[in-house]
Ligand binder design. Structure first.
Ligand code: F6P
Length: 543
């Protein structure tokens, strides 16, 4: 593959970067009164204002030309068409089909329809109190056991849609192999009303199987009835045989397919805990919201395509401005797990260093994603965003209406969000800082000494993403937006966003370490550090 740096758009982008480094966002706004309007897009109930970015029309056009040279439109079509674009695993990538079955892929469509019916029937029956435990009591306490893509999506969405939770149903999540995670959920749980969902695409994941076995033992001990597993467990997996071996009956077994990647799987039966929390009708709205974003991604020209614009900007900052991180700052308490969710989505997808053809490339292709809910971050790491010597592009996410309108809280929240993006952009120069100090009555000598500490460089870029209210359909659109952004970004670097070989070596070494941990003797098989750390653990365990 031709290295993008040797192409004409790349050279144009380099000169655009040099030009834009000499100007400020304040100047760009002053020069173009239409800037905010021109750089605002709306679709699927979301509005993106990307005007506070160090970008101009010329640079945007060069980025779009690069995307065209990378055949982004054709690759978007290839994904939706069901081509085998996950080439290292020889798989199609069809998570979009789960939210909007299309004609032409009949086999998959039928399976999706059947699975969806099963999810909806099970959900509705549980809400009617018709899914019973071994003693006849309705199941109301749901504990999902899964990790990575079988955890982060449903856990995040369950929290995000708290206002839509069905009364009387409690949904909790266990992911970590650290026993404290499960112990906390089991403490006080009523075994007669608890349903465990074992969510694992492969049904081989160590953490999930360990938690599932412990949950099983807990249930059998509490109920004293070996048959209880059939009533109190459900599972989601591609490995139907392994589910059966665990003792879970077919009516509690939900399918998965290898053409759905783990981190793209919330739309499948991996979303079952979410459906149980909010109801099948709301879950359908969630799917429709995502389908609206799919439609936009597939049909909108690159210049008006929301996921593409986000991808181009991310690519721009990482490759031309050296910004290796992206802060995601949802100004919504219910969206506080969204940054962790996007962390897996982006970093497990694009945290790679070879092209599709296996040729290495040196630049990073995925920013480090991090962040927390506003306003909490303002009293923590925003100091670095404003004055640190590091460029951190920010995505602000802000619902315009609160689910809990109380006094002027939402006005305060909105004011804080908008002030942060504005402060990052406008900054404060030395003269302004000095004048402000003098205006407080401070003498000149003190003002001169203090003013440099108060300088804010400004010119720090951000996107602001608005939605009317965080509803199931808006959340679906928001997740799909970031899914497509990640895919579009992978196309710019010609990498496979849908495999994750980087997680394998750690798993292999862990399998190798486990017998050593179990044995009592001294271990000398590994490096000196690992051997010594193992010895310390064994000594502590034996005390
Ligand atoms: O962390 C690696 C990974 O394979 C993720 O991609 C996946 O979402 C997670 O493990 C869980 O896998 P499974 O659903 O097969 O248990």
């Amino acid at each position: 593959m031709t290295h993008p740096a040797s192409t004409t758009p790349w050279q144009l982008l380099q000169s655009a970067r040099a030009r834009l480094a000499q100007t400020s966002l304040n100047t760009l706004f002053a020069e173009s009164p239409q800037r905010a309007d021109q750089m605002t897009l709306s679709t699927a109930g979301l509005t993106l204002d990307y005007s506070k970015n160090r970008i101009d029309n010329e640079a945007l056009v060069a980025l779009q030309t690069l995307a065209e040279a990378r055949q982004l439109p054709q690759k978007i079509d290839a994904m939706f068409r069901g081509d085998v674009i996950n080439r290292t695993e020889q798989r199609q990538v069809l998570h979009t089909l789960l939210r909007s079955p299309r004609p032409g892929l009949t086999g998959e469509q039928q399976e999706i329809r059947n699975a969806w019916k099963k999810i909806a029937n099970f959900t509705d029956a549980l809400h009617r109190g018709e899914i019973h435990g071994i003693t006849g009591k309705p199941l109301t306490n749901i504990i999902n056991i899964g990790i990575g893509g079988s955890h982060l999506g449903p856990a995040m969405a369950n929290l995000a849609l708290t206002p839509y939770h069905k009364p009387g149903i409690r949904v909790q999540f266990v992911s970590n192999v650290d026993a404290s995670d499960l112990a906390e959920k089991l403490r006080g749980a009523d075994p007669e009303t608890t349903l465990f969902i074992v969510a694992s695409k492969t049904f081989t994941t160590q953490e999930t199987l360990a938690n599932a076995q412990t949950a099983r033992s807990w249930l059998l001990e509490k109920t004293g009835n070996r048959d209880a597993v059939a009533n109190h467990f459900a599972a989601v997996s591609t490995a139907i045989d392994r589910i059966a071996e665990f003792g879970i009956p077919p009516e509690h077994t939900f399918p998965m397919w290898d053409w759905v990647g783990g981190r793209y799987s919330i739309w499948s039966a991996i979303g079952l805990p979410l459906a149980l929390a909010i109801g099948s009708d709301r879950f359908e709205e969630f799917l429709h919201g995502a389908a609206a974003m799919d439609n936009h991604f597939q049909l909108a020209p690159l210049a008006q395509n929301m996921p593409v614009i986000l991808a181009l900007l991310s690519f721009w900052y990482q490759n031309f401005w050296g910004a290796d991180t992206l802060a995601l700052l949802p100004y919504d308490h219910y969206l506080r797990e969204f940054p962790s969710y996007v962390q897996q989505l982006d970093m497990e997808s694009n945290g790679k260093s070879v092209h599709m053809d296996g040729e290495p490339f040196p630049q990073p292709a995925s920013p480090i994603i991090w962040g927390t809910e506003g306003t909490n971050g303002q009293h923590s790491f925003h100091q670095l965003l404003h004055q640190g010597n590091i460029l951190v592009p920010v995505d602000f996410i802000l619902p315009l209406k609160s689910h809990n309108p109380t006094g002027n809280h939402h006005d305060l929240l909105v004011a804080n969000c908008l002030s942060q993006s504005r402060a990052l952009m406008v900054g404060k120069n030395l003269q302004q800082a000095r004048d402000e100090l003098l205006a407080t009555g401070m003498d000149e000598k003190q003002a001169d000494a203090l003013a440099p500490h108060k300088v804010m460089p400004g010119n720090r870029p951000s996107n602001t993403l608005l939605t009317d209210q965080l509803s199931p359909s808006r959340l679906g659109a928001l997740i799909a937006l970031y899914e497509h952004k990640v895919f579009a970004q992978s196309v710019l670097w010609d990498i496979n966003a849908f495999d994750q070989w980087g997680v394998e070596l750690g798993k292999q070494i862990c399998d190798d370490l486990l017998p050593e941990i179990a044995s009592t003797g001294e271990c000398q098989r590994f490096d000196a550090s690992t051997n010594a750390l193992l010895a310390r653990y064994k000594a502590a365990r034996n005390q």
